[in-house]
Design a protein around this ligand. Sequence first.
Ligand SMILES: *[C@@H]1O[C@H](CO)[C@@H](O)[C@H](O)[C@H]1NC(C)=O
Ligand SMILES: *[C@@H]1O[C@H](CO)[C@@H](O)[C@H](O)[C@H]1NC(C)=O
Ligand SMILES: *[C@@H]1O[C@H](CO)[C@@H](O)[C@H](O)[C@H]1NC(C)=O
Length: 393
Amino acid sequence: MIKFRNLSIIFVYTCLSLCFQLISTVGFDDGTNRHHRSPRTVTLRTKPEKTLQSRPGAPFKIALFADLHFGENAWSDWGPRQDVNSIRVMSNVLGYETPDFVVYLGDVITANNIGVANASLYWDQAISPTRARGIPWATVFGNHDDAPFEWPIEWFSPPGIPQVRCPLANSSCPGEEECSFRGTSRLELMKNEIKHNVLSHSSSGPKELWPSVSNYVLQLSSSEDPHSPVAFFYILDSGGGSYPEVISSAQVEWFNSTTQKINPDSSVPEIIFWHIPSQAYKRVAPFFGIHKPCVGSINKERVAPQQAETGIMKLLVERPSVKAVFVGHNHGLDWCCPYSQLWLCFARHTGYGGYGGWAKGSRILEITQRPFSIKSWIRMEDGHVHSEVILTP
Ligand SMILES: *[C@@H]1O[C@H](CO)[C@@H](O)[C@H](O)[C@H]1NC(C)=O
Ligand SMILES: *[C@@H]1O[C@H](CO)[C@@H](O)[C@H](O)[C@H]1NC(C)=O
Ligand SMILES: *[C@@H]1O[C@H](CO)[C@@H](O)[C@H](O)[C@H]1NC(C)=O
């Protein structure tokens, strides 16, 4: 083992210099072997053409699109109308902010409403406003994206089950020709997204973390030097739908080993994105309204946290480089509150799908390189801006 460790250190050094030239989507694909110590198991799935880079002299701006819930009640007029409304919210936000990147923060679709295996078509509609403007994006799964189909009670009334129109053979879901009510898995959704979109920075993550799929890290590079990291974005799948709502011990281990490899001295800032708030959010949640140091505009429901905490928060608070966590899930919450050295933030409900009649909008992050800072605010559908907060000391 000692020999391996030495080898590993040598490898890490070689890798650090090499990797920084290569990393953009750093999916450490060591799926064939769970032991990270052996140098040969670490291969980088690199897509250098997909490096995120700030524009010279400009901060890097990210829009979070949370809880769009496309594909609800497709059998009624109401459902498709909500999707049109959600497209309008995204288009307005993209128009006002012109972000450099978009993170789709889970619950892109409501799979429990989608009666044929064509969820990728709804997924595709949800990413279309971003794609149409040539803006790159990344997606993370929420608890509804692969939830099992639930038969609507309306289908058992006199009008009965609506005629099911199945996707065409050469639609964006090959192999999904025949009708079924089995839904579309996380892996299929991700595969279809990646295959058809050069602007997608999403990844299915290391195999050993499955059924948890959207686990990957992206590097934001400096405008002067594409090899020099300004920040790392960690995208983690917080479960739900086809398996429990949790960040597993295996994901914690993966996060730990990945940070040790690519940012061992914690010198590069790290920003975390997942869908379902961790239990720590409950601890910082403001009572009755929102008071300093928390910043936000709606505090209308209780935090609905993950089912268990298996150690991710402990790791995050031990890393001075971790600046903030961003989640969706609770449509009636949009605050940011400090927790130890970092911030726990909700996005803002972006979609007309899903519960809650609160006005729709998008949380924006603005990352400045020197000195490093993260500013955030919420941009509403009607253009109004509020809840500005600086998330760095
Ligand atoms: C499948 O998706 C297409 C495109 O969004 C839609 O037109 C069609 O109605 C969907 N089929 C069903 C049964 O929902
Ligand atoms: C397949 O796609 C082509 C071009 O996209 C289209 O012209 C054609 O009608 C499609 N075929 C079927 C069976 O839908
Ligand atoms: C993280 O990795 C370090 C170094 O390999 C190790 O000492 C530590 O125990 C790990 N922590 C967890 C929670 O896995």
